[in-house]
Design a binder for this molecule. Structure first.
Ligand SMILES: *Cc1c(COP(=O)(O)O)cnc(C)c1O
Length: 428
C-alpha cells in the first residue's frame, strides 16, 4: 500500500462514524455544541435517561413521602440491591455479590476494615506506588487504626519506568508477611490494565486475600471477578459509567465470604427482614448487602439506573471492542501526525494491557491542556507531564478524535501553548 492510501484523513474518520453502531448513542447524551469532550474517564457526561430517572425519583418522593421506601417502581429500601443486580454483569459477578452504596473512598475503608485480618507475622498490606492517592491514604489510616506503622506495614510495589507496574514485581512482594493486597485494575495515569486473573491466582496460592479498585475500568472493560475468585472490589460510578458527580459507588464481595462481619457495620448491614426489628444484635445480611452502613443516597442512585440501562442494551463486551478500536485509531493518528513534536505515548500498546484512555506525555503538557480547553477540547492533565485523552464508546466520534489530534498538532507546531502559564488549575 502506498503512503497516500494508508493516511488517516477526515473523510476516513467520517466513514468510520457512519459504520459505527454506537454512533446513534451520541443522541442519548448531552454533548455541548462546539465542544469535544475527552474527559469521560474522569466525569462521564449526562445521558437523557439518567436525567429522567432523577426526575422519576424526585417524583416518587413528592408522591409517596415515607411510603416511597417500599412503593413505586424503584422502592428506595431495595434500590441499592437492585442497582447491584444491574451492575453485576459489568463486573462479572452474581447479583448478590454486588451492592451500590457509599463512595469509593468510604468503601475502601469498609472493605479494608472487613478483609484486613492481620495474624501472627502476616500483618502487611501490598499496594503499588503509582495508584490513586485516596487509596493510599485509606490504607495508611486503616493500618494506623490497628496500631501499625504504615512506613513498615504498607508495601508499595515500585514501578521500573514510572509508568507501569510489572505483575512479576507484585508477585515477588507476596511474601509470608502479607495479609492483604489492594491494587487498581487500571492505573489512572498510564492506563495500564493489570492481569487480574494471574494476580488473584498467585495471591491465593500464597493464602493472601486480594481486592481491586476498578474506578478506571468499570464501564470500559469487562471483568470476571466472581469466576476468578477475586475477594473484593470497589469502584465509582461517575467516570465511564456516567452516573453523575458524586454518584453512589459500588462494591463486590465474592460469595465465599458471605456472612462475614462488616468492618464498619450499621443498620443497613442487617438482613432486610430483621432491620426494622430494631434489635441491638446485628443479623448480618448474607450477601454484599452486608457492606452497607446506613440509609442509601436515593437521589444520587437515581442517575445510575438510567446509565446502566444503556449499558445493558449494548453489553460491556461491545463497549470494550469499540473502546479498543477508537483508542487504537487515536494512537495511529498520534503516530501519523505528532511524530517529532516531543510526544510519547505512555500507555501500554497491547490490547490486553491497556484501559480506556490514551496517556499522551509531553514536557509542555500543562500548557497544551490549557490551549486545548481554549479550543473547546476537554482533556485532563495529570502530573508531571500527562495529557489524558479518553474517547468514549458511547459518545465520542472518530471525526472528533481526528479533529483533536489536528488541533494538538497546530497548538504545538505554532506554539499556541506559550501564552499560558505553566501551572495546573485547582481541578485538572
Ligand atoms: C476516581 C478514583 C477515586 C475517587 O474516590 P472518591 O471517593 O470517589 O472521591 C479513588 N480511587 C481511584 C483509583 C480513582 O480512580
Amino acid at each position: 500500500m502506498s503512503k497516500e492510501i494508508s493516511l488517516l484523513t477526515r473523510e476516513n474518520a467520517q466513514q468510520q462514524d457512519l459504520q459505527d453502531e454506537f454512533y446513534p448513542y451520541r443522541e442519548e447524551f448531552y454533548l455541548q455544541p462546539g465542544v469535544i469532550y475527552l474527559d469521560g474517564n474522569s466525569l462521564g457526561l449526562m445521558s437523557k435517561r439518567a436525567e429522567l430517572k432523577v426526575a422519576e425519583l424526585m417524583e416518587s418522593w413528592k408522591t409517596y413521602g415515607i411510603e416511597g421506601w417500599t412503593k413505586g417502581e424503584y422502592a428506595w429500601f431495595f434500590l441499592s440491591e437492585k442497582l447491584g443486580e444491574m451492575c453485576a454483569p459489568l463486573v462479572g459477578a452474581l447479583s448478590e455479590e454486588v451492592i451500590v452504596s457509599g463512595s469509593t473512598t468510604s468503601n475502601i475503608h469498609q472493605l479494608i476494615s472487613t478483609f484486613y485480618k492481620p495474624k501472627g507475622n502476616r500483618t502487611k498490606i501490598v499496594a503499588d506506588e503509582l495508584t490513586f492517592p485516596s487509596d493510599i491514604y485509606a490504607l495508611q489510616s486503616q493500618l494506623k487504626l490497628r496500631g501499625y506503622d504504615p512506613a513498615e506495614h504498607l508495601i508499595q510495589v515500585k514501578s521500573r519506568d514510572g509508568k507501569v507496574i510489572l505483575e512479576e514485581d507484585i508477585i515477588a512482594a507476596m511474601t509470608e508477611e502479607v495479609a492483604l493486597i489492594f491494587l487498581p485494575t487500571v492505573l489512572y495515569r498510564s492506563g495500564q490494565l493489570l492481569d487480574i486473573q494471574r494476580l488473584t491466582a498467585e495471591a491465593h496460592a500464597r493464602g493472601i486475600c486480594i481486592g481491586f479498585d476498578a474506578c478506571h475500568s468499570i464501564g470500559a472493560i469487562p471483568h470476571t471477578f466472581s469466576d476468578w475468585g477475586v475477594d473484593f472490589a470497589v469502584w465509582c460510578n461517575y467516570k465511564y459509567l456516567n452516573g453523575g458527580p458524586g454518584s453512589v459507588a459500588g462494591m463486590y464481595m465474592n460469595k465465599k465470604h458471605f456472612g462475614i462481619q462488616p468492618g464498619l457495620a450499621g443498620w443497613y448491614s442487617s438482613k432486610k427482614d430483621k432491620q426494622f426489628d430494631m434489635e441491638h444484635t446485628l443479623h448480618v445480611e448474607e450477601s454484599a448487602g452486608a457492606l452497607q452502613s446506613g440509609t442509601p443516597h436515593v437521589l444520587s442512585l437515581a442517575p445510575i439506573i438510567g446509565s446502566l440501562e444503556i449499558f445493558a442494551e449494548v453489553g460491556i463486551e461491545k463497549v470494550r471492542q469499540k473502546s479498543l478500536h477508537i483508542t487504537q485509531y487515536m494512537t495511529d493518528l498520534i503516530n501519523q501526525e505528532l511524530s517529532g513534536l516531543g510526544f510519547t505515548i505512555g500507555n501500554p500498546s497491547e490490547d490486553a494491557r491497556r484501559g480506556g484512555h490514551i496517556s499522551l506525555e509531553h514536557d509542555e503538557a500543562v500548557r497544551i491542556c490549557k490551549s486545548l480547553v481554549e479550543n473547546r477540547i476537554i482533556p485532563d492533565f495529570r502530573p508531571p507531564n500527562i495529557i489524558r485523552l479518553s474517547p468514549i464508546a458511547f459518545y465520542t466520534s472518530y471525526e472528533e478524535v481526528w479533529q483533536t489530534i489536528q488541533t494538538i498538532k497546530t497548538i504545538v507546531t505554532e506554539k499556541h501553548y506559550e501564552k499560558f502559564d505553566n501551572k495546573r488549575n485547582v481541578v485538572s
